[in-house]
Design a protein around this ligand. Structure first.
Ligand code: PAF
Length: 283
């Protein structure tokens, strides 16, 4: 597997690849788990060449967030990717990607301000940081397809919209959430959980499942009443600090009062110092 630590270095190799080869791309922040590896396997199946990036993107972290403590096990990640026979690993330094400062920002409004993007949670600057870095990565990597996990549903919508609005010639491939056996959605942040928090964390997914069950069994119940019930269930466990549990339109991400076609039930919950998100797309 080829390893590149700057855009310049990477581009020399990228330009040497034949235009006839399809390139699949999996952008990540490293600390790879089975969720990431499933994206990589899908890319390998569907493309001639697969490129993975590992970049803990400082411009998507707020000043009070976990940028410093975010796990960076690069050697382990390299071994995992080499084992899958990834062709290229692009792991640029912060200096080579950001330099002093980026003056251009990509802001996908208003998708960036719902759910996690609300000012009291991560704020729109989180998604602006994601969109900006992903636009840069797409320009450097020039993939035909890019693979994203649906745990970060809002991120996927932001990127889909950016690609459409800016005519970026990349097909965004949505990939299913990969879960632990007990239902907890895989995330690099799960490793922050204490053993007790780890036993509680699967209740988030269970509460979403019970919301889906209520929605199906009580078609006349309002979405607000269902989300209140889910919140009340979770509040029984004092360690959970709920940020939001909301039914939204899966396209616009706007909050829904009435059921109409598919709905996304999305949750963000703090458990100790760890912020976990999950969602269920209900058709
Ligand atoms: O989902 C992630 O790991 C990141 O937000 C991404 C897409 C790699 C951009 O930094």
């Amino acid at each position: 597997m080829n390893l590149f630590s700057s855009p310049q270095h990477f581009l020399t190799w990228r330009r040497s690849l034949s235009n006839k080869k399809s390139v699949g791309f999996v952008p990540t922040m490293g600390a790879l788990h089975e969720g990431h590896l499933s994206l990589v396997r899908q890319s390998i199946q569907e493309n001639d060449v697969t490129i993975v990036s590992i970049f803990v993107n400082p411009i998507q972290f707020g000043p009070k967030e976990d940028l410093k403590r975010y796990p960076r096990p690069l050697q382990k990640d390299r071994r995992l990717l080499a084992g899958l026979k990834v062709d290229g690993l692009f792991a640029p330094s912060v200096k080579s990607m950001i330099g002093q400062e980026i003056l251009t920002k990509v802001s996908v409004h208003p998708l960036n301000e719902f759910l996690c993007g609300a000012p009291q949670f991560r704020g729109h600057s989180h998604f602006d940081g994601v969109a900006t870095i992903v636009a840069k990565l797409f320009n450097i990597v020039s993939p035909q397809r890019a693979y994203f996990g649906l745990k970060d549903f809002q991120q996927v919508r932001v990127i889909e919209q950016m690609v459409k609005d800016l005519n970026i010639p990349v097909e965004i491939v949505r990939c299913p959430i990969v879960r632990e056996r007990d239902g907890l959605a895989m995330s690099s942040r799960n490793q922050y959980l204490s053993p007790r928090e780890r036993t509680l964390a699967p209740y988030i997914y269970r509460s979403l499942q019970s919301g889906r069950k209520l929605l199906r069994s009580h078609p006349n119940m309002s979405l607000k009443a269902i989300s209140s019930q889910i919140k009340n269930q979770l509040k029984k466990i004092p360690e959970f600090k709920i940020e939001y549990i909301e039914f939204v339109d899966p396209q616009s991400l706007e909050g829904l009062r009435q059921k109409k076609g598919a709905v996304l039930l999305a949750a963000a919950v703090r458990l100790g110092t760890t912020r976990l998100i999950d969602n269920l797309l209900i058709k």
